[in-house]
Design a binder for this molecule. Sequence first.
Ligand code: ARG
Length: 459
Amino acid sequence: MAQLWGGRFTKETDQLVYNFNASIGFDQKFYRQDIRGSIAHVKMLAKQEILTEQERDQIIGGLEGILSDVEAGKLRITSEYEDIHSFVEANLIDRIGDAGKKLHTGRSRNDQVALDMKLFIRDEITELDGLVKELLEVIERIMEENLHTYMPGFTHLQKAQPVTLAHHMGAYFEMFRRDRGRLHDIFERMNYCPLGSGALAGTTYPLDREYTAELLGFYGPTANSMDSVSDRDYVIELLSAMSTVMMHLSRFSEEIITWNTNEYRFVEIDDAYSTGSSIMPQKKNPDIAELVRGKTGRVYGALMSVLTTMKGLPLAYNKDMQEDKELTFDALDTVKGCLALFTGMIDTMKFRKDVMEASAKNGFTNATDAADYLVGKGVPFRDAHGIVGRLVLACIDKNCSLDDLPLEEFRSYSPVFGEDIYDAISMKTCVEKRMTAGAPGAEAMEQVIAANREYLQGG
Ligand code: ARG
């Protein structure tokens, strides 16, 4: 046990208490951020003449030594220290002696851990954003290749109207694009530096908080020292944005699982992304999609946990807040893993265009268009709806589609039907005539695809 705060105590901490309290097992992930923050702090202390330039250089040299030794595996972070902050400080003192004892001047672990978490999350946001962008690139490619791949669009999981694969994929493009927007917003809101807030009430040393904020790439210092050490909104916002990413991945997975069934056969998942059964030799299971769907609950759980942890906390810092880390780390690992795997899975997945198109053809997905045809010939929409409904019933009876009915049959339901009905309800017409902005018609889709491309090129 190596603690920073033994002075006031007359007894050793009970070992179980020590273990329960310690965070080194997980906050060692912060060693880079912790050292980076300390270097900025020390530069500022010297600039403000709180430390001498010599002390500054000695401390920075020591900290850089710790960093390179940890990176090289020469120095191991062990549970002998309570947390990563204690580990770095104790090692520094071992290395450079008395000057090391000045590192923590005008600082508390409360503003230090808030800084470390923010530095860490900033990098993670950038990484997540990159992964979502890679997924968008794959979706965009599938869209570009499938402008004319017809498939049924569903409502209530019932065939509704024909769409294209490009259009269906385009819906997911929008979802993941919004996810990137959320990540960007979080970054913008959180990018203020808590360092210099002390334990909760600032400090009497003449710190230059603007300077440390600038050194660490923040837009500026945070405005209220009590808020700075007790704010975990950015953690909650990130978990919420990640939960939304997972919700989107989970819906997409659910569709892929359905499309991969023998009943649908819309897609074929690449062997590299499928698994077999230990007993049933014929099986090729969509385990990756199922796991992504399953792991969504775990990320929601992290969000609920941190929200619940924070709800009863009085200002300012409370140890409860230490709980944010393991949950956030686990959620980040989960989401990043799911994004990477999911992207690989859909990048290698084959779409059975013929099956999709045949399915669109035999589910009466052109019934609305048949009714619209009648409207075009002057029949009121409600009557047209009834006429086509009766035609559908006749087709079900004959086990055929609307396109298969002879003209006399159409005319026996309404005399306004003419030879042009076949063209009006063809798959091509049904899709291509839908040219309103955002609709599946190729003209409308081409514009969307071009705008997406431009967006992706923008970074
Ligand atoms: N391990 C602590 C955390 O994660 C660091 C801050 C400790 N501050 C304190 N006053 N005990 O929140």
